[in-house]
Design a protein around this ligand. Structure first.
Ligand code: GLA
Length: 739
């Protein structure tokens, strides 16, 4: 039997006679004791164990045990027979040695050898503060000077873990990384149910639920920039049976990477689920020079044994506190001109819209696409992208004039940019064809008439940073950016890079470089992440953004479903919802739906009838009175619109003294509505709550009893009927604690 030498003995200075003697005597005792590494949150644990062969394996993932010493006994319980490799549960599965299944890492060494084995060297736990701990585990190939450190950053109270790896090349020449995943998990359950999403423009977050069977289910993206157009880097797996809102074991996972990703969900021969999550290795072999380290993006996950609702609240709390920019702060309500004018505007029209912004009562006017370019004016999406000078015909006095108008009207001013892109019909394209991603020998292939700039090139990074920096330097009062990204990468080729297989990765690194620089200079400026709708929604980007645009589809009926699905992973404070003219529903319905996040408008205010205008103005005030609860409260999804005639959700503040409940009819069949009370959640059973209907249309009255008071106990066991029906298609209720 091989002897296990404990980690602390393997220091370079450990060559003194006495230490050697100590090791010799002590080693047999240590051999009995396996190194077990529990990565623990408040409720859950991932237990890693070093085997006799020094391989680190996962022996348990799930609810935490009371007695940590019992983790060591778990492997015996789970034994289901041996597989041929003995490494199915590897904490970071290598390719080219014993492993026979999907690897997490695959490399070619400097000498051309393609095998890799990783052995445990040491581990350490670093407490960053009372809530956050970083555990790192150092692994090394015994035959080559290649190290991998596995990182597990634990957010204790939120039950969230961020996991990534860092690959270090200490060999004499470059090592090629073929696959370099962020995380490798191993779960055991009788059944595995996967929820994942697909979509397209205006159809984001279409859910699918399926039972995983033997083999590998792959979720991935190869689109480069707006990587999530077909699929977001986000999924959940229920263990045993499909989890519901209140019940079941469920893991949520999301890759913090704004580019190509890949998740392998492999049901192995022992009926355990191997999950490998990371950057998509597709066309992305990465050369790692000697003495360099490659750090993979974090894969963030949470686990709940109390269903999807708790898992969402875990994610939301973590995102607000640790990931989103200013996640615990406020957001600006706004009037956007995109659907009101499209490209057809001038100073006079915009000045009128700025006045309408004030009239409506929202915080900010947001000027959208079409304000720039002179040689090839941006009067449609066919020209001008890349030329970020104000169009002199539309804005003869520049952005500064509009900022002043906004100031005069006591509202803020925000502006749209899409700095990563270029129309072939632009001065930029003519001046810098070498900045454009395209194959030199092939015809250009455009997406929305545009091409992508090569952000792997530092000059392009400077340019992109410069677009925003110039606007801010010239107009320091600009209060908001909407950063758009409307094209995918076709014909991936960089005139700058010598290794083409670095392009997808270096593009994203370049994007983050620009955002780092931007945030160093403008740390707090609110900014919307947009990508022709929700083509780019991930926590890698969201650390630099305060919010994101969910979809160009603002038909409120569609939107209920889109917002519902996003709500599993992303908190409402990050959801930008605009009231537009999409859909057939009345203004009240459209507004009520948009209130379930950050409220904005993209309508022609001057065309609103008297009552609609009154309603919209009142709605903004009403929203201001409860937005704090929606932005920072806990979400409970109560009635699923996919299984019922209506949707119901509620947000409860931390003190459990105020809650807002949203109800929306989604069926127009005969008698569709809320037939019985909806049981509420998250309240204090011992408190009393006054229930009041909000946001009524002028001239209408609530069908609910006025000022009714119920105990939390009553509301959570019996509930309240919002009385949704064909005459009351959307209903917002406010619950306020009363003594
Ligand atoms: C994208 C965005 C829209 C709008 C247009 C402007 O489609 O999603 O909101 O900004 O671009 O061209």
């Amino acid at each position: 039997m091989k002897r296990m030498i404990p980690c602390f003995a393997l220091t370079p200075k450990a060559n003194s006679f006495w230490l050697a003697l100590f090791l010799l005597l002590a080693a047999p005792a240590f051999a009995q004791k396996k190194v077990t590494i529990p990565i623990t949150t408040e409720k859950n644990v991932l237990v890693l164990q070093v085997g006799e062969d020094k391989r680190v394996g996962i022996i348990y993932f799930g609810p935490k045990l009371k007695n940590a010493s019992e983790y060591e006994q778990i492997p015996g319980m789970y034994r289901k027979g041996d597989d041929y490799s003995g490494v199915l549960n590897a904490a970071y599965t290598t390719a080219g040695s014993r492993n026979l299944v999907e690897p997490a890492i695959q490399v070619t060494h400097a000498d051309g050898n393609t095998s890799l084995a990783l052995e445990y060297v040491s581990h350490q736990e670093k407490k960053e503060n009372d809530n956050v701990t970083l555990t790192s585990i150092l692994l090394k190939d015994p035959a080559y000077d290649l190290n991998v450190t596995l990182y597990y950053k634990v957010y204790h109270q939120e039950n969230v873990v961020e996991q990534w790896s860092a690959i270090r090349n200490n060999e004499k020449g470059a090592v090629t990384l073929h696959k370099y995943a962020s995380a490798n998990l191993y779960l055991s359950a009788p059944e595995y149910w996967l929820n994942h999403y697909h979509g397209d423009w205006a159809r984001e977050m279409q859910p699918d639920e399926e039972q995983l069977t033997a083999g590998i289910k792959v979720l991935d993206s190869k689109l480069g920039t707006r990587a999530n157009l077909y699929q977001p880097p986000t999924f959940m797996v229920s263990l045993g049976k499909p989890a519901t809102e209140e019940e079941g074991n469920v893991l949520y996972g999301s890759l913090e990477w704004t580019g190509n990703f890949k998740f392998d969900l492999e049901l192995d021969p022992l009926h355990n689920l191997r999950i490998i999550a990371g950057i998509n290795p597709y066309a992305s072999e990465y050369a790692l020079a000697p003495a360099k380290e490659f750090s993979t993006p974090p894969f963030v996950y949470t686990f709940s044994d109390k269903g999807k609702g708790e898992a969402s609240r875990n994610m939301h709390r973590w995102a607000r506190k640790y990931k989103l920019l200013n996640g615990t702060g406020k957001r600006l309500t706004l009037l956007n001109n995109w659907e009101a004018t499209y490209f057809d505007f001038n100073e006079t029209k915009l000045t009128a819209l700025i006045k309408d912004t004030k009239k409506l009562g929202v915080d900010m006017f947001l000027l959208d696409d079409g304000w720039f370019a002179n040689k090839y004016p941006r009067n449609s999406d066919k020209a001008g992208l890349g030329d970020w000078q104000e169009n002199v015909k539309k804005l003869p006095h520049g952005i500064g004039y509009l900022v002043k108008q906004a100031q005069k009207n006591d509202v803020k001013f925000g502006i749209w940019v899409e700095p990563e892109m270029v129309n072939p019909k632009s001065a930029l394209y003519e001046q810098h064809p070498e900045w454009v991603i395209r194959q030199p020998t092939r015809p250009e292939h455009l997406y929305r008439n545009q091409l992508v700039l090569d952000l792997s090139n530092p000059q392009v990074q400077d340019f992109v940073f410069g677009v925003l920096d110039k606007i801010m330097t010239e107009n320091p009062r600009v209060a908001f950016f909407k950063w758009d990204c409307n094209a995918v990468i076709y014909n991936a080729h960089s005139a700058y890079l010598s290794k083409q297989s670095h392009l997808y990765v270096d593009y994203v690194k370049g994007f983050y470089n620009v955002l780092e620089r931007f945030r160093a200079k403008y740390p707090k400026l609110p900014m919307m992440l947009c990508s022709g709708g929700g083509g780019r929604v991930d926590y890698g980007a969201l650390q630099y953004f305060t919010e994101f645009w969910l979809s160009d589809n603002t038909d409120p009926l569609e939107r209920i479903f889109i917002q519902w699905e996003y709500s599993y992973f992303f908190p409402a404070i990050a959801h930008d919802n605009h009231v537009t003219d999409w859909g057939k529903q009345p203004l009240k319905f459209r507004t009520d739906v948009a209130m379930m996040g950050k409220l904005g408008f993209d309508i022609v205010v001057s065309k609103l009838g008297k009552e609609d205008l009154q309603f919209a103005q009142d709605a903004v005030k009403t929203y201001d009175s409860f937005s704090d609860v929606v932005w920072h409260g806990d979400l409970y999804r109560l009635v699923n619109p996919r299984q019922n005639d209506f949707a119901a959700l509620m947000y409860v503040d931390a003190a459990q003294s105020k809650a807002i409940m949203f109800n929306y009819l989604v069926s127009n069949r005969y008698n569709a509505g809320s037939p019985s009370p909806v049981k509420l959640s998250g309240l204090d059973p011992n408190k009393k709550y006054k229930v009041k209907e909000l946001n009524l249309y002028p001239g209408t009255r609530s069908a609910l009893p006025a000022d009714a008071v119920y105990s939390g106990n009553y509301l959570m066991n019996i509930g309240v009927n919002p009385l949704v029906n064909a005459q009351r298609t959307s209903v917002i209720l406010e619950l306020t604690e009363t003594k």
